[in-house]
Each structure stands twice: as structure tokens, then as C-alpha cells.
Design a binder for this molecule. Sequence first.
Ligand code: NAD
Ligand code: TYD
Length: 343
Amino acid sequence: MKKILITGGAGFIGSAFVRQTLRKHPDYQVINLDALTYAGNLETLADIEKEPNYRFVKGDIGDKELADKLFAEGLDYVVNFAAESHVDRSIAGPEIFAQTNILGTQNLLEAVRKYWTADASRASASRYLQVSTDEVYGSLGSAGYFTEATPLQPNSPYSASKAGADLLTRAYFHTFGLPLLTTRCSNNYGPYQFPEKLIPLMISNALADRPLPVYGDGKNVRDWLHVSDHCEALDIVLHQGAPGEIYNIGGHSEKENIYIVKLILRELKKPESLISYVKDRPGHDRRYAIDAGKMAKSFGWQPRYTFEQGIKETLRWYLKNQKWVDSVKSGDYQKYYERQYGQ
Ligand code: NAD
Ligand code: TYD
């Protein structure tokens, strides 16, 4: 039985990956390591928490002793999702971003070095995947795409901290020859996204007839990918990718923010008068767009969802799961761990 450590598995993308892994690889033992910050929500995984091959461990990726303990169990795969992930929060308080995203990743890489170097058979069969982001590339003008060779020019404390982790992964591969892989994905959307990010925030505000805060002129462009398409791509890279390689993952689905905001209002039959243009985010990247040609060429990977399909399904999910959103917004979900797991 293979053992996979998924960090940040109580977050938006990590939880989708945990669920997918249990479905796709029923013979794997899945360990979900998550610190349960404000963004980690175990209610999201309530349906699978009793699966015999699933285990939750509450802890910090920066905790050396804990990493030692988990690696000593003998891990075949590690996928590192754990991170502080919201740009606006990184502007308000950068420190935790450097700590979790850079030092936390470095702690995991050290454990990989220690445990997988000592065990040669494990080093050749195991894989560590660093889940990075297209934001490490910085901002594009109106033309062109990010390729894996685009220089890293991060502009926010969030993207700089992700670039730090991304470069440490590169360095640990080159210096120590460890089986490390990196993916850089564009903006994700789908069920269970924390309602501080653009799409769930706008849905939530529209449903409550509250103003929809659009930064600047609303013409910043993001390249949207459904979370399940991202998770499919990660599973492929983890199992078939070549160590040391970087893979861009993206949806070829570039949209201006204002297009998305208006689409949400239209679908929910709410008036555009709810749109409120607010002061721009400092250092706001203008455009992200991914060239995912390497994923297509190497593995034949393509996203399954079109944005129009995916956003409608996502809207239906949020309409049906208002309780989840309310629980997240009120902070009630943070009591779930105590209820479920005691102290
Ligand atoms: P998220 O904020 O929803 O989830 C992050 C999870 O990490 C939470 O469960 C949180 O509790 C956990 N966590 C935070 N600090 C931790 C620590 N020190 N130790 C252990 N767990 C900790 O984020 P997300 O949107 O699911 O993103 C997951 C990963 O994917 C991140 O690394 C992010 O940079 C990357 N990514 C996200 C997107 C996107 O559009 N959301 C796009 C590309 C890449
Ligand atoms: P976000 O979901 O925070 O993702 P990222 O900044 O990592 O791309 O934001 C997506 C886009 O939406 C980005 O251009 C900023 C914009 N935005 C708003 O206009 N208003 C908001 O309230 C938020 C959260 C984002």
C-alpha cells in the first residue's frame, strides 16, 4: 500500500485533491496534514473522514519533529498545498506568508532530503510535488503567455513567498538530486473556495444584496481553471512527471474580472447596480495567462471544463451549500475540529 502525505488538505484545492486521491487510488493510504488556519475547514471532508485509508493530522508544515515523525512512517508521495494563499492578506501582513510558504516548504524539503537520501530505494520510487502558482511570473501586458521558461518576477508578498518555495524546490533538486516536481497553476474556482477570493466573494455578496467590490477598473485578467481539472493535472504530474521539471497548468480561459462579476449577477438575477468600483489593490498584477503546452504535449492533458460550464455548476453548488458558506463566514467551522476530534 502506497502512502501519500497531502499538506493543506483541509483547504480549497487540497481537499479536492484528497477526495480525488481516495477515489482514484483506493489502495493508497492518505495522510492529510493541515494546521487548520482560518482557511482550513474539516467540514469540507466530513463525507470521507471515516474512510479506513484516510487519516487527518493537525499540525504545521514548519514543525520539524512532526515532519520527522511522518516521514519516518515511510512516505511514497508528498504533495505540498499548505500555504497562506490570499494576496490581500499578504499585503496586510506579509510575515506569516514568508514563514509558512518559504520556511514551511523548506522544512518539508529537509525531511525529504533526510529520509529519502538515507533510503535509496525510496529516493528512486518516491515523488514530492510542490504546488506553486502562475503568480510567481509576475504580470503580463495584453499579449503573450507565461511559459515554464518565463523569468520569475513576483509582485506581491504572497507571490514572492511562493516563488521562494518554488526556487527552494529547484535548488534541492539541483543540489541534492531529490525527486522533486513543481507545478505552476493559474486561478482556480469551484466548490469549497473560501469566500474571500473573487468568485465566492461575489456570489456570496450578490446573494445577500451587498455591494460587489471590484478593484480598479475591473479589467485585470485571470486565467480560470476548474479545481477538478487542476487536481487531475496534479495527479498526472505526480505519477508521470520527470523529477526536476516544472509544469504550467492553465485553463486557456482568460477573463476580465468585470466579465465574471456581471456573469454572476446575471445568473443570480441580481442588478448591476450592486457593482461597486473600489480603490485598487496595491501592486495589482494586470494579467495572468498560462501556456499549458508542455502538459498537453507531455501527457495529453487538457481541461475538461469550459469556464461557462464550470461557473454555472459552481454557482449551483454555492446556492445549494449556503450552510457551508454561512458556517465559514461566521467562523463556526473552526469549532468542528473540537467537536469531531476533541482536544
Ligand atoms: P487555501 O487557503 O484554501 O488552503 C490552504 C490550506 O493550507 C488550509 O487548509 C490551511 O489550513 C493550510 N495551512 C496553512 N498554513 C499551514 C501550515 N503552516 N501548516 C499546515 N497547513 C497549513 O488555499 P488553496 O486555494 O487551496 O491553495 C492551495 C495551494 O495551491 C497553495 O499552495 C496555493 O499557493 C496554490 N495555488 C492556488 C491557486 C488558487 O487559485 N487558489 C492557484 C495556483 C496555486
Ligand atoms: P483573487 O481571487 O484574490 O485571486 P488572485 O489575486 O490571486 O488572482 O482575485 C482575483 C482577481 O479579482 C484579482 O484581479 C483581484 C480581483 N478582486 C476584486 O476585484 N475584488 C475583490 O474583492 C477580490 C477579492 C478580488
